[in-house]
Design a protein around this ligand. Sequence first.
Ligand code: FAD
Length: 271
Amino acid sequence: MTRIAIIGAGISGLAAASAIEDHARQSGLDLSTLVIEKQERVGGKIWSIKEDGYLCEWGPNGFLDSKPMTLDLCRHLQIEERLLRSDDNARKRYIYADKTLHRLPENGPSFLSSKLISWPGKLRLAGEVLVPKRTDSGDETLAEFGRRRLGKEALDRLISPMVSGIFAGNPETMSLKSCFPRIYELEQEYGGLLKAMVRLARKKRAEVKAGKAVASAAGPGGVLTSFVGGIQELTDAASSSLKGELMNGQQVERIEKIRRIRVASRCWSPD
Ligand SMILES: Cc1cc2nc3c(=O)[nH]c(=O)nc-3n(C[C@H](O)[C@H](O)[C@H](O)COP(=O)(O)OP(=O)(O)OC[C@H]3O[C@@H](n4cnc5c(N)ncnc54)[C@H](O)[C@@H]3O)c2cc1C
């Protein structure tokens, strides 16, 4: 029998274990999985806390429904009917700066009238069309990309707060290619973000006119979606669907070349 060990019972580890088991079932492979998790609970960053009648999210509060793979996983786990799309009224975003809440500008006129970015900052942002495409194929951080294409003010006032909302991460250490591959591709394909926005909007209008696409309310970013009982329903369902073993409260200390995994108190090897 083939045995596969997966380190970490966050959504990545659980989804991987679920996909491996599913593939083995379909191909008739004799295979078993072992998920090793250092914490006592599964879910990793995903943790929905219910207290005094409130549902609070410790980490992520949802996912964008524009990525079919997450919805496929929900279908596979049979929790599709538990999905809860975010309310249109809650779709307004605000950024706190200069002791004021600024509504995140969503179109040209609201961007021009917004006090979130100064006039020099707005001009620098508009100058993005003049910034040449980067030719070095190596990775850069999100902060380097933001400063280079949009200017420091746009990085500090727009990109950093939005990234905190999505990843709770630091743009100075986040890889552009890994965290925002589509943004990297847009620069490579269209030469810049504003050029890409104009070209993609034109393409979408033509497709709608030709009946090939619908003027979707979801837009290119999709709709933030969770579950009736919180985002943890996803990791709970993924972990209960697993046929293999789940080892909680065990930290993997190292992986040795002989393909043996040493867990704090005992050893596990594939043979
Ligand atoms: C505050 C916050 C808000 C966020 N908001 C969103 C959002 O709204 N939408 C969205 O899509 N994303 C959001 N994210 C990002 C999202 O939460 C993560 O991308 C995702 O949960 C990562 O899942 P993962 O399984 O890759 O990693 P994790 O969830 O970190 O899971 C890794 C697991 O591995 C375990 N582990 C690590 N090392 C070992 C070891 N040596 N031995 C055994 N076990 C180990 C850890 O204990 C953990 O359980 C947010 C993140 C944060 C922090």
